[in-house]
Design a protein around this ligand. Structure first.
Ligand SMILES: *[C@@H]1O[C@H](CO)[C@@H](O)[C@H](O)[C@H]1NC(C)=O
Ligand SMILES: *[C@@H]1O[C@H](CO)[C@@H](O)[C@H](O)[C@H]1NC(C)=O
Ligand SMILES: *[C@@H]1O[C@H](CO)[C@@H](O)[C@H](O)[C@H]1NC(C)=O
Ligand SMILES: *[C@@H]1O[C@H](CO)[C@@H](O)[C@H](O)[C@H]1NC(C)=O
Length: 287
């Protein structure tokens, strides 16, 4: 009992000392511009794996004023009543990896809706591996405020319910998008379950407000989720008796679930596993 308590205290204290180092978006210097896996070595029951020809197969539509990428589950009358809202990293719907990953989630039986959170103005993919000096990220952040991003997400959730008849909505969020999975998984946010990989800039208050089932994939090389921050989040979820799952992948950097160096076995394993982690989470809690 006592040791559990000191662990919790340590985690919280550890967090306090590192809280000033939260960076959103996370630094990109350890990121690999990288690929997304095209087949799975895993054999999870009933998940069809991923087809990656390098091109996405969904389509863009204007959904209540926002350019939105839609990926439908296979079948002649694809169901839209069980949906995944895909909240991207700073590279947005324009990054093919995000679209291919959305297609992959659709292949697992979900209708996937991925709004353009940045209104045609994502961070350019040339910034992977390090923001170039020619790109002013401070200015970019000032344009794409939390309020604007949240208005787009709220509109997407509303459209999913009203226009597409979604009865259950899960959300995935990678990097930047992870913060918003946490925020909209608070009671009244409109989500039924959430998954995030290497979320950036999530505060302890935001973790504490989460009410729905939440799964998180962390990587050991991700500076935006330090050991103390991960432990603090887990302590909060445990204290709340939240339905949650966290995994930690070795040799996995910020961004690994969306783009990584697939020639390195641990990174390839981490990316594939994060995909299956998300699918199994939604199979359990919203299907
Ligand atoms: C992918 O799209 C490009 C054009 O955008 C096309 O040249 C290429 O053939 C496509 N590849 C596949 C496998 O469909
Ligand atoms: C980046 O943008 C911010 C806010 O607009 C501005 O204050 C700053 O001077 C800019 N930095 C550079 C290097 O242009
Ligand atoms: C469309 O967006 C507006 C806000 O921009 C919102 O008030 C409205 O509920 C949305 N409509 C639908 C059908 O989602
Ligand atoms: C935790 O939640 C589960 C259901 O989700 C419940 O069965 C269990 O009693 C709860 N434990 C505590 C200590 O409240």
């Amino acid at each position: 009992m006592r040791s559990q308590f000191s662990y919790l205290l340590l985690a919280v204290l550890g967090l306090k000392s590192t809280i000033a180092t939260y960076i959103d978006p996370a630094p990109l210097k350890n990121e690999h511009p990288g690929q997304i896996f095209s087949s799975s070595s895993g054999s999870t029951c009933c998940v069809d794996g991923v087809i990656n020809t390098g091109n996405s197969t969904g389509r863009f539509a204007d959904i209540n004023g926002t350019s939105t990428y839609l990926a439908y589950p296979p079948g002649r009358n694809p169901k839209t009543n069980i949906a995944i809202l895909y909240l991207t990293d700073i590279f947005g719907v324009q990054l093919v990896n995000n679209r291919v990953l959305a297609d992959s989630l659709a292949r697992a039986g979900y209708f996937v809706l991925m709004p353009d959170l940045f209104e045609g103005d994502p961070v350019p993919s040339s910034a992977m591996g390090g923001i170039p000096s020619t790109f002013n990220i401070t200015q970019w952040r000032a344009v794409h405020t939390q309020e604007k991003v949240e208005a787009i997400i709220a509109s997407s959730i509303s459209s999913l319910r009203k226009q597409f008849g979604a009865k259950k909505i899960g959300a995935v969020g990678y990097c930047f998008g992870g913060k918003y999975v946490a925020r909209f998984l608070a009671p009244g946010g409109g989500l039924d379950a959430g998954f995030t990989a290497h979320p950036s800039g999530v505060t302890t208050d935001e973790w504490a407000a989460v009410g729905g089932p939440l799964s998180i994939a962390f990587g050991t090389l991700d500076g935006s989720n330090t050991p103390a921050q991960r432990a603090a989040a887990e302590a909060i979820f445990t204290t709340k008796n939240l339905t949650f799952q966290t995994t930690l992948y070795s040799n996995a950097e910020h961004g690994f679930a969306v783009r990584t160096d697939l020639s390195i076995p641990q990174k390839k394993f981490a990316q594939e596993s994060a995909y299956f982690q998300a699918v199994r989470w939604f199979d359990a809690w919203i299907k």
